[in-house]
Design a protein around this ligand. Structure first.
Ligand code: ZN
Length: 598
């Protein structure tokens, strides 16, 4: 479609290769194409990355100084530039449209095209102006890129951009190198600490719902020795940029952030993405977890969820609708939330659920087993019959007169000795201490599950209290069975892929190469991943190339990288192999290491 000038709608996940789809056609056709992109920081990174690989690209945006701008304009006018990145608001200026017409530019890629639809998960009003493209340049071919699953949003994109008979192309949504885990949230800080510890000195992103949560959790991780920082839209632009840069330059390992973090981040060696709570749509979840393992190496995605999350989102969404987003947006948002809630329900393989959500068939690598999710790894326990426990909780709600909140009911059930219980005389109730083998957090989790299944109600207002409904009475009368996810902490297993991926890699050499990468990056003022990805470094530490020809065989190395970086990295490998500096390329006195290399 890109070469034939046919409009297209390309549905592809983050990291799925959509940039290749718009990079290759102009290169083959020897023409200049436009990419409309929502974020300046993202454009800058993409252009830097392309140039480092010898690809002629430029960006026009408000952050350029006059000289950079004049240089970019000259380059574009020369006709040698293959891709020009612009923001939607710059594209529709009359100056830019005239330039486009003058240069005969006819092909436009619209990145993050779902931003044009208010049914989507990230509406941006400035995208609406793109409707002007087909009016001004009727022969233009437009290629809209999105990762959204909703049919309504896909239709809206085609309509708003006036796409003519577009080729609808759906990419591969499965990311086999990602390991998905959904774990009941019982002790947020402890669980996050434990997961971060599994990825010591590696890049981790933790997503939280609120700004306040990001600050307190980052603080907690710092106190426990992690190089952590927080990030949200309420910070000064300068602070945000500094934090992004420090993360990109590997000076920070853990970023605790709201959804505001990520679009401008291209660090490819993020080894873990943690969701401290359930996100509000599967699209958000897919996009945010998609930031892990972009180098193709294994990475872990952990969703710490509680049934309380969907109640919290519902309140937030209803509030923002009341404040002006309107009810049509609320309806869409609640539908997206409900899909996310279903994804979190226990049961099927996570790779399968995610892939099928985006309208694709999932083919597991083994028989009915992805080998890379908590379900297939046998870590989950699934639903168990828990009618008896539900009855204990519900009868405690009745015993306290349906007048108290979650925390107090849990306190009574576990038989806590608190001032409040004594002053109310609740230690004399028949349900006092009835579930003393459970912790407060486990009891809260089980009660939230009952609320989520509508087997119990909670009043609204500042001090919500628990109340029984008709379904609660059926449970209490033994007319209804209840299934709950056991609220217990879990053990995680090592996947076959994780074990295989480090096989044959000289760890010491990998660390030396990583250090060299950091030094070169800081000398050049670019992020380390622009020098080489982790996948390239691991491959180097595995193959140990000794000549430029062998260096070309390394993952991610082309002529340009060889000329630019080959000498430094080959020297580092030779040095590690021959620390005494004997300079001997003959088989050394240690045939064992030769054997390992083969
Ligand atoms: Zn699975």
């Amino acid at each position: 479609a890109g070469l034939e000038g046919r409009d297209s709608l390309v549905v592809m996940p983050t990291g799925g290769g959509k940039s290749l789809c718009y990079q290759v056609p102009p290169l083959l056709a020897g023409r200049t194409d436009i990419v409309v992109s929502p974020l300046i920081s993202l454009m800058k990174d993409q252009v830097d990355g392309l140039r480092a690989n010898g690809y002629p690209a430029a960006a026009l945006h408000s952050a350029l100084d006059p000289q950079e701008r004049a240089e970019a304009e000259r380059f574009i006018a020369s006709g040698d530039c293959r891709l020009v990145f612009v923001s939607p608001e710059r594209l529709v200026t009359s100056w830019f449209l005239e330039t486009v017409e003058h240069l005969g530019i006819r092909t436009f890629a619209v990145d993050e095209a779902h931003c044009i639809s208010h049914w989507g998960h990230d509406f941006r009003p400035e995208y609406r102006q793109l409707a002007i493209l087909k009016e001004r340049i009727p022969e233009a071919s437009i290629h809209a890129y999105t990762a959204t699953a909703t049919q309504r949003v896909r239709e809206d994109i085609c309509k708003q951009l006036a796409l003519a008979d577009p080729a609808v192309l759906i990419g591969n949504f499965d990311r086999p190198n990602l390991i998905y885990r959904l774990i009941p949230r019982l002790d947020l800080r402890g669980q996050v600490r434990e997961i971060v510890a599994r990825h010591a000195n590696q890049a981790v992103i933790v997503y939280c719902i609120s700004r306040k949560d990001t600050e307190s959790l980052a603080q907690h991780l710092r106190e426990n020795g992690s190089r952590a920082a927080y990030y949200h839209a309420g910070l000064e632009a300068e602070t945000r940029h500094r934090t992004q840069d420090e993360f990109a330059n590997e000076q920070i390992d853990v970023i605790v952030a709201t959804v505001a973090f990520g679009m401008g981040i291209d660090r490819s060696n993020v080894r873990c993405v943690i969701h401290a709570a359930m996100p509000k749509s599967v699209e958000h979840y897919q996009q945010e977890t998609g930031r892990a393992g972009r180098d193709g190496l294994e990475a872990e995605c952990v969703l710490l969820h509680s049934p309380a999350d969907s109640l919290r989102w519902r309140t937030l969404l209803e509030r923002s609708a009341a404040e002006g987003d309107g009810n049509s947006a609320l309806e869409g948002a609640l539908a997206l939330l409900d899909e996310m809630r279903r994804y979190c329900a226990p049961g099927a393989c996570r790779h399968r659920s995610l892939t099928e959500h985006f309208g694709q068939h999932y083919e597991p690598p083994n028989d009915n087993d992805c080998g890379a999710c908590d379900v297939c790894l046998g870590e989950t326990e699934g639903l168990v019959e828990a009618t008896r426990e539900a009855q204990m909780i519900l009868s405690c709600v009745a015993r306290v007169g349906q007048s108290y909140g979650l925390g107090h009911v849990a306190d009574v059930l576990r038989g806590a000795d608190t001032e409040r219980i004594r002053s109310l005389g609740h230690e004399t109730l028949s349900t006092y201490g009835l579930m003393s083998d459970r912790t407060q957090k486990e009891l809260m989790n089980l009660t939230f599950q009952l609320l989520d299944q509508r087997l119990l109600e909670r009043s609204s207002g500042e001090y919500p209290v628990l109340r029984l409904n008709d379904a609660s009475l059926e449970v209490l009368r033994d007319e209804r069975t209840v299934h709950l996810v056991p609220a217990k902490t879990r053990r995680v297993r090592t996947t076959a892929r994780e074990a295989a991926s480090w096989e044959g890699v000289d760890m010491e050499l990998f660390e030396s190469l990583r250090q060299l990468r950091t030094e070169l990056a800081s000398e050049r003022g670019v992020p380390p991943y622009l020098i080489f990805s982790d996948a390239s470094l691991r491959d180097m530490a595995h193959r140990k190339p000794a000549t430029p020809e062998q260096f070309l065989d390394v993952h991610g190395v082309g002529e340009k990288k060889l000329a630019d970086l080959g000498e430094a990295f080959l020297a580092c490998i030779a040095e590690a192999d021959d620390p005494a500096g004997n300079g001997s390329s003959e088989p050394g006195p240690f045939p064992l290491s030769e054997g390992k290399r083969a």
